[in-house]
Design a protein around this ligand. Sequence first.
Ligand code: PRP
Length: 212
Amino acid sequence: MTDKIKIALTKGRLEKQTAVLLKKAGFDTASLSDKGRRLIIPLSDDIDIVLAKAPDVVTYVEHGVCDIGIAGRDMLLEHQGRYYEIADIGLGKCRFALAGKKGADFFGKHGVKTVATKYPVVAKTYFDKKRVDVDIVRIEGSVELAPLLGLADAIVDIVETGATLYENGLEIYEDIIPVSARVIANTASLKLKKRTIEDFVSRLEKAALDND
Ligand code: PRP
């Protein structure tokens, strides 16, 4: 008999990309496609998928109510916790970057600079390392608005294609760190349900390799 595991999966874009990968890995994903408003969906006899917001994926895995979780590295860097990062499944590839109005000399500007972001922890870590003094303003979405409206000198945000920056007259000043989806595991689950977790992750990793 194998152990039953619960997988916390980040709702939205990553959920859809992961569903494609699960199908490629040989899982029957019909129940995921027809989930309606259900939040816990059986994937197989021994696997349940739990759909959650990214920061909650971390919380459920840390507390051991889900054995493993799938979330973007952006969220994992922002919401650090006690878990093992066990695989990079290569989905949702993008990067963190410092960006702002085209042609503005961000680092040359005197005095404390204002930076808008949805990721204050990532931004603070980055500027601390560079020993640059900034005021960080938290914005919930469409962070690109902040420099356009004059609230901030720059933003720290995710860049995927670069289209949002380009179409709003902004440019990258510096790349910060690459991002992709990661599998995280509860530390106890990793010992107690080692085989089931390893089997699942290796199937996913194999399918991800075929994706490249
Ligand atoms: C993300 C990010 C950028 C955009 C970058 O926003 O915050 O705004 O995608 O993508 P691009 O480089 O391909 O243009 P998201 O769509 O997640 O919405 P949000 O800004 O409301 O968080």
